[in-house]
Design a protein around this ligand. Structure first.
Ligand code: TPP
Ligand code: MG
Length: 357
């Protein structure tokens, strides 16, 4: 019997804007000037949302909060590729995508206040409640994508996860099912190189996360996750592939979490100041600003007016958050099951009595 190569796979990495904001014209996604400016403004809006959340947490006005600082290009870049048919299946670090998809900021703040009503999204928004167990979102997205394929629904399920999630069995089961059943699923992995204090090199011996998709029989690409145009381009290509019924796709956005894991963490115990400073110098918003500036689409005055618009919105949303009527104490037991099992019924009764006393 001969010994032959029966399988070979290559993994590509995509970067379109370099650190100085110079564009690779041949690779640029087809976006109008307005759309380019919108992408930048989405990122600025996310950053302001995030800064406010950190302040609210410090003042005790919300609970523990997980920052998205540094990951704005991953989240904004995906947005132009989505349609209203697509389902978002978020983890705990997708606030940027959520607030860019029609979910008002105050609901996302409310999530970090432990308020179950944060999941009562506006009518017509296709989004599952953010799920905290690491990796679980990917299985939900695989199942949802299998359902969409069966129903002939035009939507795609976009499942989110981090680098840490790729070490969970859920990740591998999800990719396997999605591949075998040709699910309408995009696995969108934000590899921010840390899972709390566990660095990427302790997470996987593979060179990339993208290549893992190839083992499950579908395409995966690594994208510079601090380059918003690369993320848009890869997302458009991936979603076109899934929409055409050609099966799932995986995008790995290589990025960096610029803040603590959450406000309950102290990153200085496991990351060097040099590493953090290196990534601060690769800020995704700065890169896009340089690009827009070079095109005559950015200026100090514009920036000021955009910033004012966002801070007015953020203030209004905080007001909405803080004037929500108190949630019923029993809310925490009301949304898990269609029909509550007897033991939850029992707990709910006790909780109600406690609240009333
Ligand atoms: C199944 C499970 N195990 C542990 C945790 C605690 N936990 C929350 S976030 C996290 C790290 C996740 O890292 P990653 O997937 O890289 O996402 P990131 O936080 O970097 O966005 C851990 C271990 C959890 N929520 N769920
Ligand atoms: Mg991570």
């Amino acid at each position: 019997m001969p010994r032959t190569v029966i399988q070979e796979s290559r993994t590509e990495r995509l970067e379109i804007l370099d650190m100085e904001g110079r564009l690779d014209e041949a690779l640029a996604p087809a976006l109008s000037d307005d759309q380019l400016v919108t992408l930048y403004r989405l990122m600025v809006r996310m950053r302001k949302f995030d800064e406010k959340a950190l302040n609210l947490q410090r003042q005790g006005r919300i609970g523990t909060y997980g920052s998205i600082k540094g990951q704005e290009a991953c989240q904004a870049g995906l947005v132009p590729a989505l349609t209203r048919h697509d389902w978002l299946v978020p983890s705990f670090r997708e606030h940027g995508v959520l607030i860019s998809s029609g979910i008002p900021m105050h609901l996302v703040y409310a999530l970090w206040k432990g308020d179950e009503r944060s999941n009562l999204f506006p009518e017509g928004i296709r989004c599952l409640p953010p799920s905290i167990p690491v990796g679980s979102q990917l299985l939900h997205a695989a199942g949802l994508g299998m359902g969409l394929a069966k129903k002939g629904d035009p939507g795609v399920a976009v499942g989110f996860g981090g680098d840490g999630a790729t070490s969970e069995g859920d990740f591998h089961e999800a990719l396997n099912f999605a591949g075998v059943f040709s699910a309408r699923t995009l696995f969108f992995i934000q590899n921010n190189q840390w899972a709390i204090s566990v660095p990427l090199k302790r997470q996987t011996a593979s060179e990339t996360i993208a290549q893992k998709a190839h083992a499950y029989g579908f395409p995966g690409i690594q994208v510079d996750g601090n380059d918003v145009l690369a993320v848009t381009s890869a997302s458009q290509e991936a979603l076109a592939h899934v929409r055409a019924g050609r099966g799932p796709y995986l995008i790995e956005c290589l990025t960096y979490r610029m803040e603590n894991h959450t406000t309950a963490d102290d990153q200085s115990r496991y990351r060097t100041p040099e590493e953090v400073a290196y990534w601060a110098s690769r800020d995704p918003i700065d890169r896009m600003r340089k690009f827009l500036s070079g095109r005559g689409l950015w200026g100090e005055e514009l920036e000021k007016s955009w910033a004012l618009e966002v801070s007015t919105e953020v203030d209004r949303e905080v007001e909405l958050l803080e004037t929500m009527p108190a949630a019923p104490a029993t809310d925490i037991l009301d949304y898990m099951y269609g029909e509550r099992p007897w033991f939850l019924e029992e707990q709910r009764r006790l909780l109600q009595e406690e609240a009333e006393s």
